[in-house]
Every structure is written in structure tokens, then in C-alpha cells.
Design a protein around this ligand. Structure first.
Ligand code: GUN
Length: 295
């Protein structure tokens, strides 16, 4: 396996965090308050615990204030909506997220819609999604904008290229397909959005200059689906049991890395690819919200 074609998301995210830390220092120097991100975590899902911990640590890294609000699985929807309302009204909090997934008895769409769009630093609120589609200033979802930012900073040319997105989730597949098609500096792609009902998926993928795998199925993308020279972005983060790991599990991407990496002109690893970019973009959204740059 070659490593020269590896896209280092971890380093790119570090670069962004250094830039954010400088912006925070500039705010402080002019007597302004530092950005404040709050996170709501419900229950004890292992993945969510890790993601939220990393988000709080990233806040410390760049000099933000952060608040973690933890609740047990048995919190009611009404109680959670009341917490969201409190954060909406709290002038000390610039932006907040509700970590997903939520327990089944809570309607996640209802919770997301309750967040003030100006503080919706995940970019999940329909107002932000709609503004993104319309090309208006918006808080953009972190993973999709992180993918575009990663392509930009790697100097990967996207204009006129065929991007094939696999997976149509609200969090990644659908919004990244929209961003990649837009008339932005790093975009202007011709986009095909594939999903579980797509016929001839392998054939369509082979026509891609850029493959974005966001289906949540470990090692779904195999060598026969990728054209030599394609750029491969792996968004998968499935936890599979692995006794050789201290944590007891390994993080598996949606791409069979060993097979696909030798073919690709550039490829993101898991971990260390898209994941760290998601957190960097969340911090960037929080800075924009704090500065009132969007609304
Ligand atoms: N679950 C998976 N990805 C995300 C994310 O980006 N934000 C939140 N809040 N929950 C998630």
C-alpha cells in the first residue's frame, strides 16, 4: 500500500485549528469574548461519547469556552426541548449541538427544528439546509463542508469532475451532493447521488473522478468499483469488535482501503481522514456564529 496518495485529514484539521486559535487571540486582544460552544449528550452511546469528548477537547485547544450538558436515556422529549430553549435564550452560548442519535422515544427532527438557526452550528436546521440549497449565507453541516475544505486544501481540482456520492443521509450524503454541485471555488462537480435502490452501483462508481462513501457499511467500496486515478473520500466510521485493540473495537471505513488505496490518486484514511475535519468545521461554524457572520 502506498502512502504518498494519503490525504491527511488530521493534519489539515490541525492547520485549521491553528488558524482558529489565532482568530480567538485576536478577539481577546480587542477585549471581545471568546466563542462558546455547548453540546447536549443524551445517554451513553460509545461513539457519541467519543465524538462529544473530542469536540470539547478541540474547544480547549483553540481557546473556546465549552459546556457539556449530559442527560440520561430516560429524559423526555419535553425536557430536552426545554433545555434547547434555554440554550437558545442564553446569550453566553454562541452555538450548540445536540449529538445524534437520540433515543427512539425522542423525535430528533423536532429537536433540531427547535434550535435557533443562528446557533445551529451543526447546520442541521431546515432553515440552514434551505439557505445552503438556495446559495444564501448559512451555517453549513460540518462533515460535508469538511470534505469540500479537505479537497480545497489538498489542491484537488473538482470543476467539471464527476463526483459519485454513495448514501443519502441528511447529515452527509444529501448535503455533500448539494455542496459539490454548487458554483463554489472547490465544487462545480457533476454529481450522482447513489443509495440502496441504485441499480448498477459498481458501474456508476467506476465513472467517478471523485467517490464519496457515506453509507455506514464497512468496506463496502471495493477495487472493482473504483477507476484508477480516482479520488476516494471515506466517511464511514463503523465500530467493529477487535480484540487486538485496547478499546476492544476498531473503526472501519466504508472503503476497503487495502484494495482501493493502490488504485486511487488520493484517499482519506479511517481514522484520520474526514473525522477530524468534521470537528474543525464545527469550530469554524462556532466562530462564525459568535461573530454574527452568517445572520
Ligand atoms: N452524529 C453523527 N455525526 C454528527 C454530527 O456531525 N453532529 C451531531 N450532533 N451528531 C452527529
Amino acid at each position: 500500500v502506498t502512502t504518498s496518495n494519503l490525504i491527511d485529514g488530521k493534519q489539515t484539521a490541525e492547520d485549521i485549528k491553528v488558524e482558529i486559535a489565532a482568530a480567538v487571540a485576536a478577539l481577546k486582544a480587542t477585549g471581545q469574548k471568546v466563542p462558546h460552544l455547548a453540546a447536549i449528550l443524551v445517554g451513553h452511546d460509545g461513539g457519541s461519547e467519543t465524538y462529544v469528548r473530542n469536540k470539547v477537547l478541540a474547544c480547549e485547544r483553540v481557546g473556546y469556552e465549552s459546556t457539556l450538558l449530559r442527560f440520561e436515556d430516560n429524559i423526555t422529549e419535553a425536557e430536552l426541548l426545554a433545555k434547547v430553549a434555554e440554550l437558545n435564550e442564553n446569550p453566553a452560548v454562541d452555538g450548540f449541538i445536540v449529538q445524534l442519535p437520540l433515543p427512539k422515544h425522542i423525535d430528533a427532527d423536532k429537536v433540531i427544528e427547535a434550535i435557533r438557526p443562528e446557533k445551529d452550528v451543526d447546520g442541521f436546521h431546515p432553515m440552514n439546509l434551505g439557505r445552503m440549497v438556495a446559495g444564501l449565507p448559512a451555517l453549513l453541516p460540518a462533515t460535508p463542508s469538511g470534505i469540500v475544505e479537505l479537497l480545497t486544501r489538498q489542491g484537488i481540482k473538482t470543476s467539471g469532475k464527476h463526483a459519485v456520492v454513495i448514501g443519502r443521509s441528511n447529515i452527509v450524503g444529501t448535503p455533500v451532493s448539494i455542496l459539490l454541485a454548487k458554483n463554489l471555488e472547490t465544487a462545480n462537480c457533476t454529481v450522482t447521488l447513489c443509495h440502496s435502490r441504485t441499480k448498477n452501483l459498481a458501474e456508476i462508481c467506476r465513472t467517478a473522478d471523485i467517490v464519496v462513501a457515506a453509507i455506514g457499511r464497512p468496506e463496502f467500496v471495493t477495487a472493482d468499483m473504483v477507476s484508477p486515478g480516482a479520488v476516494v473520500i471515506d466517511v464511514g466510521t463503523t465500530r467493529v469488535p477487535d480484540a487486538t485493540k485496547k478499546s476492544g473495537f476498531a473503526l472501519k471505513g466504508d472503503v476497503n482501503f487495502a484494495e482501493v488505496a493502490p488504485l486511487a490518486s488520493a484517499i482519506t484514511p479511517v481514522p484520520g481522514g474526514v473525522g477530524p475535519m468534521t470537528i474543525a468545521m464545527l469550530l469554524l461554524n462556532t466562530l462564525r456564529a459568535a461573530k454574527g457572520e452568517i445572520y
